[in-house]
Write a protein that binds this ligand. Sequence first.
Ligand SMILES: [Mn+2]
Length: 283
Amino acid sequence: MPSHVDFSYWDQWKPLLVANPLVPLARHTLHAGLDWLAMPDAKERRKGAKPLNSLRLLHTSDVHLGSDYWPEQATEAFKRVVDVALARRVDLFILAGDFFDHGRVHQDVIDFGLAQLGRLQAPAVLIPGNHDLYLYQRLDLNAPSKGIHLIQEYQGRELVFEEQGVAVWGKGMEDHHPKNYPLRGVPDLPDGLWRVAVAHGHYVPAAETPDRSSPIKEQEIAALACDYVALGHWHHFFDASSGGVTAFYSGSPSEKGEIQGSVNLVTLEPGKAAQVQRIRIWD
Ligand SMILES: [Mn+2]
């Protein structure tokens, strides 16, 4: 018996495994932990022309404007979030879901949210969260302002901002349930641009089996060819980076606490890993 495992067999078989059309079917029958077997090598996919520009983006989520619990606090918080974006002169603003608290928020609340977004000097990219997905079915946020980009497509959509040198991918949410995978189907974004993914869901470490709605698996993050992954749904700041891919929850700006009440200022510079600075918005 050989005393070691000969990995050259793996090198021979892996291309077949990756190319085999039955793999997606087989994958579903495998334990979740084996998912990575069928994924193309993440490092390979991250190759290609690197961006030459620097980019600063502000990442927030879960503002919950119109909240039943802390409506005034949410309004004040969002004003301050926009102030931070202006003071730091960001190139891009990302809101990773649950901008509004529910689908029946009053028109005044919607107008307030849009007016605040209108103060930004940078494009804003929004995705729905489980709280506000039904609101957007009756409200087209894209209509009032050219600077607002709400991604609604269930299969996902890629936005390219040539001036800022960044491509952003996100997807809409049809329903918040365990078979909704917010980070599934991310395409390889264009070379030569910063590559950012946005997702609203529940982070699941590799050792855990997902049983919550809208799971975002650690392995899915590790397999992305992205420079930053902006996560929403958890109301506290959290580092979900994996496999060399920088991924963070910003947490809700509207709640006060040791790990809440802040936004993420993300700096992307050529040749460096993403730098994430947590900025508190309450004193
Ligand atoms: Mn949520």
